[in-house]
Design a protein around this ligand. Structure first.
Ligand code: ADP
Ligand code: DP6
Ligand code: CO
Length: 372
């Protein structure tokens, strides 16, 4: 390191992902190892994403981070774990033009500054921790020229926030829970890329962009400690659903996909209610939206059937899922279905700044519209 004045910077952009089979519960809090596999769809980074710039300079005297313009503490174990894991894999970097030469061993002494922005609400149940930690790990790996592939990076991002491991791939992604005690086999794999089933359209109804009262981390810790339904879900329900969901995605079977997605969201929120003290992520508007969606798709259907979802008219079906927050993520099977849905939504749940719904974000791989 010849001179003290240089700064090396890298900027990365990473999309968020929304789980259609949810991760809820850890078997190891430090390594962030889940109690079940999960599957998600990665959103186009043009819509909901994190942009993170990481910088290194010999003039920095400590690691620092700014999130959405405000400095945050890096002392939490999760940030330290990600930094440590990438530093351990750092390689020599040489930039002759700028006169920068960083030897492998220099990385331990150098400090980084991180500036990160989410282009969507943070900590509001739209998976900001997923996009955020995936982006941090990806950007640090580029800065330090780590040679690891995205799967290996996913196991590091997982130690920042579990859901982050799935944001390192596009398309549909599975987080394999793994068996190893050290977490080395708990990582994300891509099931299909973003071109497979590209007619799906995702509409996000931003019901509230306020920070949730119970973070995902705290909520799932309480569920693991107190919910019997969570134990049943992780052992009996999810393993079967994962297989069915993989089949539905592979075959582009929208009926099964929607049925599984809705059922899994419902069960996740049932686990939250089964938690002591109970957690309410969905609010009245979210519940009204579910009622509205079910009534649209099953208007002519008898409620008594156990195959309630299966018998619905496929062309009217919409998959809904709610993460740990009140905001609805709706997946329509094509553009026409999405247009019809949006028309109805705008009529029944008009966006307004002071009422039930803030805005709609529509993502079909190429457009973003804010109806607010
Ligand atoms: P969400 O539903 O938005 O994922 P969580 O409760 O899971 O909410 O996580 C929110 C936390 O994730 C934030 O308080 C912050 O610590 C972290 N986070 C959010 N965005 C970023 C980011 N861009 N970079 C690093 N960490 C982030
Ligand atoms: C409901 O990944 O945010 O979004 O691992 O504690 O950071 P930590 O939790 P987080 O939990 C996500 C929960 C979920 C479902 C999912 O994304 O699978
Ligand atoms: Co999160």
């Amino acid at each position: 390191m010849a001179q003290k004045t240089w700064v090396r910077m890298v900027t990365a952009q990473t999309p968020t992902n929304i789980a259609v089979i949810k991760y809820w519960g850890k078997r190891d809090e430090t390594l962030i190892l889940p109690v079940n596999d999960s599957i998600s769809v990665t959103l186009d980074p043009a819509h909901l994403c994190t942009i993170t710039t990481v910088a290194v300079s010999p003039s920095f005297d400590q690691d620092r981070m700014w999130l959405n313009g405000k400095e945050i503490s890096l002392s939490g174990g999760r940030y330290q774990n990600c930094l440590r894991e990438i530093r351990a894999r750092a390689c020599e970097v040489e930039d002759k033009e700028k006169g920068i030469k960083i030897a492998k061993n220099d990385w331990e002494k150098l400090h980084v500054h991180v500036a990160s922005y989410n282009n969507f609400p943070t900590a509001a149940g739209l998976a900001s921790s997923a996009a955020g930690f995936a982006c941090l790990v990806f950007a640090l790996a580029k800065l330090m020229k780590a040679k690891e592939d995205n799967s290996e990076l996913s196991a590091i991002a997982r130690q920042g926030s579990g859901s982050a491991c799935r944001s390192l791939f596009g398309g549909f992604v599975k987080w394999i829970m793994g068996k190893a005690e050290d977490g080395s086999d708990s990582l994300a794999v891509q099931l299909v890329d973003e071109k497979h089933w590209d007619e799906l359209v995702i509409i996000i109804a931003v019901v509230s962009s306020r920070q949730k009262e119970t973070s995902s981390t705290t909520g799932m810790r309480d569920s693991v400690e107190t919910s019997l339904l969570l134990q049943h879900r992780a052992k009996e329900v999810v393993p079967k659903r994962i297989k069915q969901m993989e089949e539905a995605i592979k075959n582009r079977d929208f009926g099964s996909f929607a049925q599984l997605t809705c059922a899994d969201s419902n069960q996740f929120h049932a686990v939250c209610l089964d938690t002591c003290p109970p957690i309410f992520y969905m609010n009245d508007t979210s519940h009204r939206q579910v009622k509205f969606l079910v009534s649209c798709q099953c208007a002519s259907h008898s409620r008594s059937s156990s195959k309630f979802y299966m018998k619905c008219d496929d062309t009217k079906m919409v998959a809904y899922t709610f993460d740990a927050g009140p905001n609805a993520v709706l997946i329509a099977h094509n553009r026409k279905a999405a247009t019809q849905l949006l028309q109805k939504l705008l009529f029944c749940f008009p966006p307004s700044s002071d009422a039930d719904l803030n805005s709609y974000v529509i993502g079909d791989k190429s457009i973003l519209k804010d109806a607010g």
